[in-house]
Design a protein around this ligand. Structure first.
Ligand code: ZN
Length: 586
């Protein structure tokens, strides 16, 4: 099976050279046509090579395949990427139109990144959490790409080789990091709930034959045993007193390379890190001013502390007492989404049709838990219908102390900014545009994390500028605190992964200088141990978008219009901001 996938790119390489995309040096319709058909063939081959990716992209084919993640499979992936890079290099960038230039660069970055992840970063050997079938199974079961009966039959096929999948996964782990083993246990255990009562109800409601139902049940049982086997294997590693774990820190060289591939930005990690440190100072000054103006409202005639960080913290302490309860948190965020949709339509900030693309607020599914309090889950890019989810963790599952800490963090002000960020007009809205309006599927499927996170962060500030929150100083102070959180994300990511700073130093930075609660700082520290570079994407991306909007405004002069900026910006899908910039300022 695996060798079959080699044949296709080799054949295509011959075809592409035969068509002679290099035969002309000026932009021609024919080289663009050649590129367009190249892109279609490439994407189909890519999804066949990466069927799990095909499921998340909503491609609609190859869902039944589950690749066994052994060394042959990883070698095959590297060979695949090399061959397609060779084909890609037969195109002369100068002969392509601007849209195709962006697409070519995105494909190139993706293939080079795929090779790097396997050959240099070797994540498959040390990150146990990359092995988890729950997410893709949830998509197979719940996304509306086919009728229920067909989806269940696909699931049944997809689960046939889970035993081999998880055995290979365990064998691939050469020297895992302890932190990723722990994460893998948590996520795989949680993920098993995808095969729980809701699925059983679906099977009952289906029209499958008794034989098909029995086969599906058997495959589900096998999958559950395989997941438990993997979890047991990981637990045995943890229990082994003599086991030598890899350090979770990746160090400067890998961090710099990962930064380049993941963010696709011209900035170096050091430049972003230094700007974050400088901006931290500016926010401290601004926040001290707001805190002074709010002091008497919350503390009457009490003497203000001389230390401005203490002053800011004391005012924030009062603001943060204004919060929901674990039982009502979900409902209050659901209401916010409704009000935010109404606001962006009334203020004419987007050509957003609130009726057609559904954004569903739901309790976070188990497989997605362990990273954050809330998250956005897009409709897959190829899928033109379907649901975009705003997932909110169930706070009633937390200990009372943890729930209280999270609720202070996501108080009545910050929770609004959370809903802006994750849902409207942040991630969920951007995800909808990504699917519906982008001219080229490449930029919708190979998403740039810095653009996506940058957009959500940009959205917070943009909504306040346009009057969300009624210019309240409390909202402004809480928003500034969020800005500090984004700066801190950069600082702790870099200081932990590259500079080897201690947990105590990083927690102090987050709690004392950035006003985070202990629970929040602990959660973020944990995230910084199991991810790398991702934490930089918020600040790097939003800084780039703000700068682009300024330059676009200057370029347009009297004709500048915020809605048009948003519509144009989002029409480029989830491309790196540096490519969107080239197009919008040209
Ligand atoms: Zn986000």
């Amino acid at each position: 099976m695996k060798h079959l996938s080699f044949l296709l790119p080799i054949l295509l390489l011959v075809l592409v050279i035969g068509c002679g995309p290099k035969s002309t040096t000026t932009t021609t319709e024919s080289s663009d046509n050649t590129f367009a058909s190249f892109e279609d063939r490439f994407l189909d081959a890519y999804w066949k090579q990466h069927p799990t990716g095909s499921i998340f992209a909503g491609y609609g084919k190859y869902y039944d395949l589950l690749i066994t993640p052994d060394s042959t499979a990883f070698a095959s992936n590297v060979a695949f990427s090399r061959q397609w890079l060779d084909s890609l290099n037969t195109f002369d960038l100068n002969t392509l139109n601007d849209n195709n230039k962006i697409s070519l660069n995105i494909i190139k970055n993706q293939l080079e990144s795929d090779i790097w992840y396997i050959s240099v970063f070797k994540q498959q050997e040390w990150d146990a959490s990359v092995y988890n079938i729950a997410g893709e199974c949830d998509y197979i079961i719940n996304q509306p790409y086919a009728p229920l009966d067909e989806r269940l039959l696909t699931l049944s096929k997809h689960l046939q080789t889970t035993d081999a999948y998880y055995k290979a996964a365990l064998a691939m782990l050469k020297k895992p990091s302890k932190e990723h083993v722990e994460l893998a246990i948590l996520q795989n255990q949680g993920g098993a709930s995808v095969f729980g009562p809701a699925l059983m109800d679906s099977i009952k409601a289906s029209h499958l034959s008794d034989a098909d139902k029995a086969a599906l049940q058997e495959n589900i049982t096998k999958a559950t045993i395989a997941i438990n086997g993997y979890v047991d294997g990981l637990k045995a590693i943890l229990a082994d007193k003599n086991y030598t774990f890899r350090d979770f820190r990746i160090g400067k060289e890998l961090f710099t390379e990962k930064f380049k591939y993941d963010l696709a930005t011209d900035f170096t990690p050091e430049q972003v890190y230094e700007k974050a440190n400088a901006d931290k100072q500016l926010y401290h000054t601004k926040m001290a001013g707001i805190a002074r103006s709010l002091w008497s409202k919350y503390y009457d005639n009490q003497i203000k502390p001389a230390d401005s960080l203490k002053l800011i913290q004391m005012v924030l302490d009062k603001i943060q007492l204004q919060h929901s309860s674990p039982e009502h948190f979900f409902d209050s965020l659901t209401r916010q989404v409704y009000q935010l949709k109404k606001f962006i339509v009334e203020k004419d900030l987007f050509d957003f049709d609130t009726a057609s693309p559904p954004i569903k607020v739901r309790i976070m599914p188990a497989y997605a838990r362990g990273f954050s309090v809330a998250s956005a889950e897009f409709t897959p890019p190829y899928q033109k219908s379907g649901t975009t989810y705003y997932n909110i963790d169930d706070l009633t599952l937390y200990t009372p102390e943890k729930a209280e800490s999270v609720l202070k963090e996501y108080n009545n002000y910050a929770s609004q900014l959370l809903s802006i960020h994750e849902a409207v007009p942040g991630h969920c809205v951007q995800g909808i545009y990504n699917n519906k309006k982008s001219p080229d599927v490449v930029r919708a499927v190979f998403q740039n994390g810095a653009m996506i996170e940058g957009w959500a962060v940009y959205a917070e500030a943009m909504m306040l500028e346009n009057g969300w929150g009624g210019n309240s100083p409390e909202m402004e102070l809480v928003h500034d605190k969020l800005k500090l959180r984004e700066l801190a994300n950069v600082i702790i990511d870099y200081e932990l992964q590259v500079q080897n700073k201690s947990k105590e130093e990083l927690i102090r930075l987050m709690v004392v200088e950035c006003f985070q609660t202990n629970a929040q700082a602990e959660e973020k520290y944990h995230r910084a141990t199991v991810s790398q570079v991702q934490l930089c994407s918020y600040y790097a991306g939003s800084t780039a978008i703000q700068a682009l909007r300024e330059d676009y405004k200057n370029k347009m002069g009297d004709k500048y219009n915020l809605k048009e900026f948003h519509e144009a910006f989002l029409s480029y899908g989830s491309s790196p901001v540096k490519y969107i910039r080239e197009r919008m300022l040209n």
